[in-house]
Design a protein around this ligand. Sequence first.
Ligand code: 5GP
Length: 309
Amino acid sequence: MPRIAPPDVDRAAAAQAAVAARRARAAVKHAIHDRSRTAVDVVEAAWADPPAPAESSLRVRELLTSIPSLGPTKVARAMQQLGIAESKRVGGLGVRQRRRLLEWLHERENRGTPTPSRLVVLAGPTAVGKGAVSTHIRENYPDVHLSVSATTRAPRSGEVNGVNYFFVSDAEFDRLVETGQMLETATVHNAFRYGTPRAPIDEALAEGKSVLLEIDLQGARSVRAEMPEAVLVFLLPPSWEELVRRLIGRDTEDPVEQQRRLETAKIELAAQDEFDHRVVNHEVGQAAREVVELMAIPHTPSPSRPNRR
Ligand code: 5GP
């Protein structure tokens, strides 16, 4: 039987209704994000009789991701734990799923005010602009303690020992590791060793300061294992083409090294879902602001990870 197309006027009305519904869902997500509504309040509206349409048609994943301090990794873990499929909408949950979700949300809300996470790890692919973002933070947000890494690579022109890095020999790096002075270390781009000195971080945190670590993916994973309270932020380029343009444009690596770094970048981009938050580096000042704002967001360490302290 031939398909009957709806008249143009109906199609236009349907498109308008879809736009209105999307806007209404965005407003609900925004309200959860800025804490003017709780997620419990939203699910209760979705399950009321009659159900509130925007709340009911919201995907569970979107609901949870709107909760400040819950990044994509924690949301994925929670949904798996609750037995809720990726595509489920709040209104489409079964009775048992509703009960589990409500209990889970209540438990989170009743945990009291979580302590602000003051340790933020910024990682991301090569040439995405991590260095520029952390320099901007160092120059414009004096309350943030920026960790200074040790490295075995030679300083580049303009780099200052003790400001950009502690430039050390292989033997000195070995000594720092052997004496337990490093929070994490990694060999980056198969070339030089880099590591985060532990003491300055402990001291800054003890003084109540926020701490920012700008390190590579392996380092971010090590910090997460050591300090589960850390918030992991992944800096993304606006597009792959832009990343390639930035790497080639900065002209600090020869073509062979550029190729090697682009291969590493592909692997690193694939790991972005492990992170709590993603920030797109369209513009350095804006990306820096977003990273700093995450330091004020209350963060609850994931219960599944052991706590070091
Ligand atoms: P670059 O040599 O271009 O300054 O840095 C190369 C890479 O090393 C960057 O991805 C940077 O984030 C990473 N890096 C810098 N310091 C550390 C550190 O202390 N630990 C780890 N794991 N990576 C670092």
